[in-house]
Design a binder for this molecule. Structure first.
Ligand code: ATP
Ligand code: K
Length: 363
């Protein structure tokens, strides 16, 4: 049994109606958004699918959680010098936490498996994830380590300098607890990045592969070659241009060069490569098939591209686990990332699903 909920909203009015009086589920997934105008009003009709069957298998992110400490300065301090910053702000960050936040904001059931210290930054990150709707059953507080931190020095010439403290993100036990691996095995899709040790990623990817769960590995985070055993368990490797160049040791300036580097990734074990190409867009390379290209959806205002990569990877994974075609996944991800670059910061800029669907409807 399936029911459909529609919300009709104008600036002055908001009507809700249900096609059924019994409402059996808490999972509401927007499936369509239609906009139309009358001379006096702009209307938006939101259609939700509510399914009384169990919620879909979750997206599970295993990765890093940080406190990102942003300071705006005119220039870097000299040795021994104390400088006053123009402003300072501490926000939840880390590629893992960002990607989990994005998926939850897109209204897909999401779990985060990660580690924080028993300190104020750990509480900040935990509260941000929880209030964003991310399930934290897999979050471990490590008393002996500090929460990961990134001191981001935003200079007035547009340059960013970052000091990173891995902290609890790097202090994992050699073998993952059974409950984490069970959660991974029950997932619809698993998202990894490179801000936690490779041995954690490898165990997670292997558990997912054994259970037939697809794994997306965002290549962002630590540099260095990828362990072949990890690559063998990964379904989609997602680097940006720089990461693709570093992983393969090949140039990635032109599309032809990027395609050749993707081919090298296939030879290294990654059968699908999702390349993020900044304002030039993205491309999916599936071994033995023609690449699928997706231009960036450009906006008039680009405020801050921080978090665009995490938003793109996470939105792509959400669309994929929902059964969309690769082409649709790329479009959905490009729309989410386009909205992200219009807002300052990483997690505050991640869009909800309605905004993404509205943008896609306008295209
Ligand atoms: N200026 C822009 N306008 C619109 N979309 C953009 C822009 N820059 C990036 N994007 C979108 O975001 C996606 C990811 O961006 P990018 O390739 O810069 O990832 P990234 O380098 O991993 O990002 P970051 O590390 O800053 O989070 C792109 O594929 C594109 O769809
Ligand atoms: K942003």
């Amino acid at each position: 049994m399936r029911s459909v909920t529609a919300t009709l909203s104008t600036q002055q009015h908001c009507f809700h109606y249900h096609t059924q009086t019994t409402f059996l589920t808490t999972t509401l997934i927007p499936i369509q958004s239609l906009s139309f105008r009358t001379p006096n009003h702009n209307f938006r009709l939101l259609c939700f699918s509510s399914n009384p069957s169990p919620p879909p298998p979750p997206l599970v992110v295993v990765g890093s959680a940080n406190a990102d400490i942003y300071v705006e300065i005119d220039r870097l301090p000299r040795e021994g010098e104390t400088l006053a910053a123009r402003s300072g702000q501490t926000l939840a960050g880390g590629k893992g936490a960002n990607q989990a936040t994005c998926s939850a904001k897109l209204n897909y059931p999401t779990y985060f498996v990660g580690q924080v210290g028993d300190d104020a930054y750990g509480s900040l990150v935990t509260d941000a994830l929880r209030s964003g709707g991310v399930r934290l059953d897999g979050l471990t507080v490590v008393p002996s380590a500090s929460t990961g931190q990134a001191v981001v020095m935003l200079q007035s010439n547009g340059q960013n300098s970052i000091i990173y403290i891995g902290g609890a993100n790097l202090s994992w036990h050699r073998f993952l607890p059974r409950q984490h691996l069970d959660l991974v095995a029950q997932a619809g899709i698993v998202l990894l990045q490179r801000e936690i040790p490779d041995f954690v990623n490898t165990q997670v990817a292997q558990a997912a592969r054994n259970a037939g769960v697809p794994v997306v590995l965002d290549a962002g985070g630590m540099d260095g070659p990828l362990a072949p055993e990890l690559l063998n368990f990964v379904d989609i490797l997602s680097p940006n241009e720089t990461e693709l160049g570093r992983l393969t040791g090949m140039p990635t300036e032109s599309f032809e060069e990027i395609a050749r580097a993707a081919l090298k990734c296939h030879q290294l074990g990654a059968k699908k490569v999702l390349a993020k190409l900044g304002h030039k867009g993205s491309a999916l390379f599936v071994e033995g098939e023609n690449p699928i290209q997706q231009p960036a959806i450009l906006s008039k205002t680009v405020i801050d591209t921080t978090g665009a990569g995490d938003t793109f990877t996470s939105a792509f994974a959400v669309a994929l686990v929902e059964g969309k075609s690769y082409r649709e996944c790329l479009r959905f991800a490009a729309a989410a990332a386009c909205l992200c670059v219009q807002v300052k910061g990483a997690s505050p800029s991640m869009p909800d699903r309605i905004s993404v669907m509205d943008l896609l409807n306008c295209q």
